[in-house]
Design a protein around this ligand. Structure first.
Ligand code: NOJ
Ligand code: NOJ
Length: 484
């Protein structure tokens, strides 16, 4: 891995040189030119470099000096804001690309390094599971020595244990495919309810009907994102349980999945024309009136895939994406000052400016959510490619009209069939659209390509937690999708 990180460093030096050599033609301008030129080769080369950079920054935040093995700090920032903690959600999401590297790498040293990282996280997670945290297995936040944070906080956040279970279930399936059954039974899953994955699955099956805090740690209620990732955890968990002969558990998890689906569907609000992020709020901030939230798109990408339950081709998801884009295009002044892409934030009423909630201006666009929108477009292009046909509906039409303005071939009821001229054209346009979000997010990055949590909505400068770990895993998963 060291060699790899070094390769990243060398690459960054090369990039700085390139940027230096182009004094009049700054790096950010380069991105603008790329976005507008749409030269596929230049874009692919650019994407390759982004991947190296993102891996470099991600790895730097895994178990940095002074932390217990397995720890993923949310950011290197220790004050204003203090993100020097291990969030279960951030850790699970950030280890997704580590797992992808493990499963796909041909290089034995990289593979061994990723394996060790994942096993370290498994050990740490077991320690955390038995730590008597206030939020139980839904405890969101731990100190970097593995002990639970005991200060006041929005807890529990029950997406945490579900995301952890999903990560390790995918890891276990990969290990079983490699014949490493013993490691799986010893470290990840066996029929004992104290094994790592099963403990989280049992808890998820028990708590999903309970209200909890959302992924933004602000509202206590019932959340689309949380239910979606809980459903995926139980669904994938059931397959793993079955593969390992634990049929009773598999039946039980599948039963919960069926029950949850009705609850999830009720988040679609036909009057509003989008998916409501939260229902039945009981506590927490009260200024989130619209219910419009990028968490819905994150949910579609992370948990709607595979079996097409609220995935990226779902008309309701696309209608929600369209409304989000429209809203952020209006409220962020910075979005009216760029020629390409749209910067995306959490939700329109957001007041968290990266340091606190009294800031002026309030909530800002986030790189990781802008990149999530890139991934949405890449994924949609890939889904359309893999299908015999895809239908544009009245509900999804506005989403497509934004991408194909004035194109009379795009209308409600339009069926795009494999082999049609439109089939390839739509995919290519969607990829360009995805690139424009990605390039736009990076346009505002620091000179070394690192990124803070937020982008100031007026000036475009970085703000909030610097070098946020989640940024880099969001970039890597989007780039993996772009390559598919
Ligand atoms: C920190 C949380 O992590 C963030 O999501 C929230 O918006 C702010 N606190 C304000 O509550
Ligand atoms: C605030 C975000 O809202 C939350 O989702 C995240 O877990 C923490 N920051 C840590 O990155």
């Amino acid at each position: 891995m060291l060699g790899w990180v070094k390769a990243g460093l060398v690459l960054s030096l090369v990039m700085v040189k390139v940027a230096g050599a182009m004094e009049t033609n700054s790096c950010t301008q380069l991105m603008g030119n790329l976005a507008l030129s749409r030269d596929p080769q230049a874009l692919n080369e650019w994407a390759r470099i982004q991947k190296e950079k993102a891996a470099h920054f991600l790895w730097r935040n895994l178990n940095p000096p002074g932390t217990t093995p397995g720890t993923v700090v949310a950011s290197l920032s220790r004050a204003n804001p203090d993100y020097w903690y291990h969030w279960v959600r951030d850790a699970a999401i950030s280890n997704e690309p580590v797992l992808t590297f493990y499963l796909s790498s041909q290089n034995p040293a990289h593979k061994a390094d990723s394996y060790r990282r994942l096993m370290d996280l498994a050990w740490l997670s077991m320690f955390q599971q038995s730590s008597n945290a206030i939020g139980g297995l839904g405890e969101p936040k731990f100190h970097v020595d593995g002990t639970p944070y005991r200060g006041p906080w929005g807890r529990p956040q029950n997406d945490s244990q579900a995301l952890r279970a999903t990560l390790f279930t995918r890891f276990a399936q990969g290990l079983l495919n490699e014949g490493k059954d013993a490691a799986v039974r010893e470290m990840l899953y066996n029929s004992s309810t104290t094994s790592l994955i099963k403990r989280d699955l049992e808890d998820t099956a028990r708590v999903w009907k309970e209200k909890c805090f959302d992924l933004w740690e602000e509202i206590n209620g019932q959340h689309f994102f949380t239910l979606m990732v809980q459903r995926k955890a139980l669904k994938d968990g059931a397959s793993l349980a079955r593969r390992l002969g634990d049929h009773g558990a598999a039946d039980y998890y599948e039963q919960q999945v069926r029950e949850m689906e009705g609850w999830i569907k009720d988040h679609w609000n036909p009057e509003k024309g989008y998916i409501d992020a939260t229902r039945w709020r009981v506590d927490g901030i009260d200024h989130k009136h619209s219910g419009l939230d990028s968490a819905v798109i994150l949910a579609a990408i992370k948990a709607g895939d595979g079996d097409h339950f609220f995935g990226v081709t779902d008309e309701r998801v696309l209608a929600t994406a369209h409304r989000l884009r429209q809203s952020f295009q209006q409220i962020y002044a910075i979005n009216n000052r760029g020629q390409f892409g749209t910067l995306i934030g959490r939700y329109p009423e957001d007041r968290y400016d990266g340091y606190g909630t009294s800031g002026n201006p309030p909530g800002n666009p986030w790189p990781l959510l802008t990149v999530t929108f890139a991934e949405l477009h890449y994924k949609l292009a890939n889904e359309i490619r893999n299908r015999e046909e895809f239908t544009i509906t009245g509900v999804s039409l506005p989403f497509f009209q934004t991408i194909f303005p004035g194109d009379s071939r795009i209308h409600a009821g339009k069926v795009i069939r494999r082999g049609d001229e439109l089939h390839a054209y739509v995919q290519a346009r969607l990829r360009h659209e995805g690139d424009s979000y990605f390039l736009r997010a990076k346009y505002h990055a620091n000179g070394d390509f690192s990124q803070h949590e937020q982008i100031n909505r007026e000036t475009g400068f970085m703000q909030g937690a610097e070098t946020l770990t989640w940024n880099y895993s969001a970039e890597l998963t989007a780039l993996f999708e772009r390559e598919r």
